[in-house]
Design a protein around this ligand. Structure first.
Ligand SMILES: Cc1cc2nc3c(=O)[nH]c(=O)nc-3n(C[C@H](O)[C@H](O)[C@H](O)COP(=O)(O)OP(=O)(O)OC[C@H]3O[C@@H](n4cnc5c(N)ncnc54)[C@H](O)[C@@H]3O)c2cc1C
Length: 327
């Protein structure tokens, strides 16, 4: 029997959307090995969320509450989670591959000297009960299966939205266990002084008439700013393929495609995008697609209404000039 832990992620006192699918996956893994699902909930005044975790499939909720855990900070969260895992020795620990999960999981795995697979797309248990963790590699061109045979727990972060959202079973109950939180001064060397809520244009992507999307070919976060200028000049919003999200040039909320948003604008401008099917499934309802790519044989040109073969760093400034928008 395996105890499968899922680290619950919260955002301003609510469970974070992109991680809820983990509960359905943890539940089905637990069913296949007659195991249990434990939720680890860190925060301040987060006890009311335990009922929701039970409804999503947790059998037990470990509640670690402390005012110092009110907002996510790397060091105190790492200390509490490492301590809990070390003391209770679960077989498997899952986190969302969100910015929080990607920060927390490797530190905890490092302290526990165990293995971690980042960014998984599938998880199954093999005949020996080992967690087979599937993730894309080599620029998403191959899928690799990773197992952690010797060290425990087996840790994985899972990319948001790859598993279906489990149905909530209202009224389902879980054992809630409050655990003590002991933090050292060295865990509290950083302070959150202010939270500035970013104005998210991403929520407008699905309704936008004009989308200017960038891919890996944009080359840098700075070049991405060019897209914003073009989008602004055309009264549209910016979107992206997955590599810019992985590079940290833009927030995941702007990703378009199989594991991102599906859009249907009147005009879609694809800048430095190759045209991989995982992206084009999200844009096929666009009325007019204009592709800018320096490689004349890029697959996006088979998909686009109009194509411009050229370097985005030349073509976008030229378009901005034509539109009378300063660069
Ligand atoms: C399960 C799964 C789900 C996925 N989900 C998504 C998803 O939701 N969305 C998504 O986008 N991807 C997704 N992917 C990834 C997808 O397979 C591709 O890897 C990705 O779409 C490629 O992004 P890209 O076109 O930006 O990068 P690349 O394929 O690397 O293409 C970059 C392009 O830019 C061009 N270029 C380079 N420099 C310049 C320049 N200076 N000027 C002009 N052109 C230039 C190149 O010629 C090239 O064609 C998924 C993959 C998997 C396995």
């Amino acid at each position: 029997m395996q105890d499968i832990w899922v680290v619950a992620e919260t955002n301003c006192g609510v469970l974070a959307g992109g991680t809820l699918e983990l509960w359905g996956k943890a539940r089905s893994l637990a069913q296949s090995c007659d195991g249990t699902v434990t939720a680890v909930l860190l925060g301040a005044d987060v006890a009311p969320l335990a009922a929701q975790l039970a409804a999503y499939g947790a059998d037990t909720v470990l509640l670690a509450q402390d005012p110092e855990l009110a907002q996510y900070r790397t060091l105190p969260y790492t200390a509490v989670l490492t301590e809990l895992i070390g003391a209770r020795k679960p077989a498997i620990v899952l986190l969302g591959a969100t910015s929080q999960g990607r920060d927390l999981a490797p530190r905890v795995a490092g302290r526990l000297r165990t293995g971690l697979t980042a960014d998984c797309l599938e998880l199954i248990l093999d005949r020996d009960g080992l967690l087979v963790q599937t993730k894309p590699s080599y620029g998403d061109n191959v899928m690799v299966d990773i197992v952690i045979p010797e060290h425990r727990p087996q840790m994985a972060t899972v990319r948001p939205h790859v598993f279906p959202l489990p149905e909530k079973q209202e009224g389902r109950s879980a054992k809630v266990e409050e655990v003590s939180v002991e933090l050292e001064a060295s865990d509290l060397t950083t302070r959150v002084r202010e939270i500035i809520v970013e104005e998210q244009q991403a929520s407008k992507l699905e309704e936008a008439d004009v989308i200017v999307a960038g891919g890996r070919g944009m080359g840098s976060r700075e070049n991405f700013a060019l897209l914003e200028k073009l989008a602004h000049a055309l009264g549209g919003v910016v979107g992206a393929t997955r590599p810019p999200v992985d590079e940290g040039w833009i927030d995941a909320a702007y990703q378009i495609g199989q594991s991102g948003k599906t859009v249907a604008p009147k005009l879609f401008i694809a800048c430095g995008i190759s045209g991989a099917v995982q992206h084009t499934v999200g844009i096929e309802k666009s009325k007019v697609i204009v592709a800018i790519n320096k490689d004349a044989s890029a697959p996006i040109f088979n998909f686009a209404t109009y194509g411009i073969v050229g370097d985005v760093r030349d073509v976008i400034p030229a378009l901005l000039q034509e539109l009378g928008a300063s660069e």
